[in-house]
Design a protein around this ligand. Sequence first.
Ligand SMILES: [Zn+2]
Length: 258
Amino acid sequence: MSTLHIRGDRRTLITGVGTLGLGALLVPALSACGGDDGGIGGADAAAQTPDVPDLHGLETAEDIWDALLDGNQRWADGKPVHPHTDAEWRTSLAEGQEPVAAVFSCVDSRVGPELVFDTGVGDLMVTRTAGNVFDPLVSESVSYGPAALEASLLVVLGHQKCGAVTAAHEALLAAEEGTELEEHDYALPETVEALRPAYEAAKGESGDPVDAMIKANVLLTIQALKEHPNLAELVADGELTVVGGVYSLETGLITEIS
Ligand SMILES: [Zn+2]
């Protein structure tokens, strides 16, 4: 096991064999993704629409989550303000980044986190996979924001009518029932397998089985992230809050789940 000290020893990123059976992890140096020395912008660069708080001025993960949900409400209402998208802000980020939250979501083209939370560049560190499925390689990207850049909030975001989860549900159900599935080819085999735990966990839940599987997938992913070797200590120390939500394609709103 080895350790990588970051941010002047304020945090130690533990690497090695973890709960997911990871081999030695090597997190790239901060310089690869933007350093932390220069900070980001200044008061002028951070200026935004007056009634929209600057995410970077918020103290706690709870405040950041509340602000993101407020941004989601603006998005759902069709009144996004698109903060942090001006040239001055953009150039202020050239020397470094300090995303306030990490978001792990689906690749679906309708669920872009920066848009549905009404945020801009430098605000969120986003990782996306089909069905927001998780594996050791992806885990390094998801954990990078909290572990290396001190993002205090990690959001796992599933969404309504997720094609990957729907396809996995069909494939796993067909396999279980021993039936042929005409459209099986479109179900990404690795993704289907990664979603098997959510399929099993959703059994017996009331309501639509795909909705239940989407929710189960978010909850299982939250648990896996909380136990991840890069994040477990941060969670235990209260330095990282992990939350989950499901985005509605119909309303544009995110419902927090736990
Ligand atoms: Zn999806």
